[in-house]
Write a protein that binds this ligand. Sequence first.
Ligand code: TRP
Length: 450
Amino acid sequence: MENRSNFGSKLGVILASAGSAVGLGNVWRFPTEVGNNGGAAFILIYLLCVVFVGVPVMVSEFLIGRHTHANTISAYQKLAPGTWWRYEGVAGVFIAFLILSYYVVISGWTLYYFVLSLTGYFAQGKDYVACFSSFVSHPVQPIVYAAIFMLMTHLVISKGVESGIERFSKVMMPMLLFIIGILVVCSFGMPGASDGLSFLLRPDFSKVTTNVVLSAMGQAFFSLSLAMGCLCTYASYFGSDTRLVKTAFSVSAIDTVVAILSGFIIFPAVFSVADVEVNAGPGLVFITLPNVFYLAFSHMPVVGYVFSGLFYVLLLLAALTSAMSLHESVTAYVHESMHLSRRRSAALVSVSCMLLGVGCSLSFGPWSDYTVFGMTMFDLFDFVASKIIMPLGGIVICLFVGWKLDRKLVRDELTNGGTLRFRFFRFYLFLVRWAVPLAIALIFIHELLG
Ligand code: TRP
């Protein structure tokens, strides 16, 4: 095979991986889940899931990718030729493709709302519920926005790893962090912000059920971009001096801080508008927040403008860097295994994924009556990906690294050939062999039976 590209710097490695992790999952999905599942209690369970489940799985994915320097499907084939393990790679790439198809739909909404914010739309005090539902159920408009977003992702991916993914992540991630800082200040300045803060900080354990735990775990997997080959693919571009464990901790930390700060942006703001519900579901950032922006506009137009505009830029940047990783996971496979050029592979993935995206978008409008098990296409894709394949994928990855791979190979990868110390190696092995698979399986089975 031709020389494979690599990330050029350590900062590039961290920012690209963090770019994958930080996405709509942090800014849109996390606050929604927190709102639905009892506020601070959910956050505590989420933190436990990140540290004890997320980080070990991430380390495992990193080591598989970096050791093989191959796309996810080939990685499993290289490590365990001719065995069933290869289906883990296949499932990952396939589901990354499904996730991308609905991810671009929501990202398209974000793009539309960004355009609206530029036109001063949120200063006008409309019925934002009606506006949102008429937009998402429109048969053409949201598809156009999704297609523009897909094109943006496509352009970055077709530029390649170092001059595409790495270069853009290095610009976009610092911008994103800076914007978050400004938005937290805006949100804290809203009247009634303290109610939102106490909702986030005071745990209510009466709401905690196994479903809440499964949701927290699903959210951790989704937010950390686990089990779909994204991080495994990125790790295949890591250099031999990249410290895998340290990188996994840094990426998880950045991701978690961004998720919690997003809570700090959204809840104080939301509580400032008395009559909206906290658990407003997917409408949170598209219905509830516009009301908040309207309120901000009526107090101080400049704040309203900055707040609304920057918020949607934030979502857009977050979405773009994540969509890039989902795209890359599939493109790397098509490029390397089907012997197509990188540009052609990227084009093939963009177009075919967009076709599915059209279906997801229509499922909010003309196709909303077509359901499977009571779920529309969009809901079905999200359910299959985050509630079924992700937990199962997590179990398989752990078992693969814990039982199938040679212990020496694992240790060598984690210590960069013995040059680093890794004091918790035994604990890590215990986690991936027993604790994590069992924990995921228990929660998963309980949920299925319940
Ligand atoms: N982690 C991203 C987010 O928080 C989404 C994402 C990117 C993802 N790659 C993934 C989710 C792989 C699951 C698997 O929005």
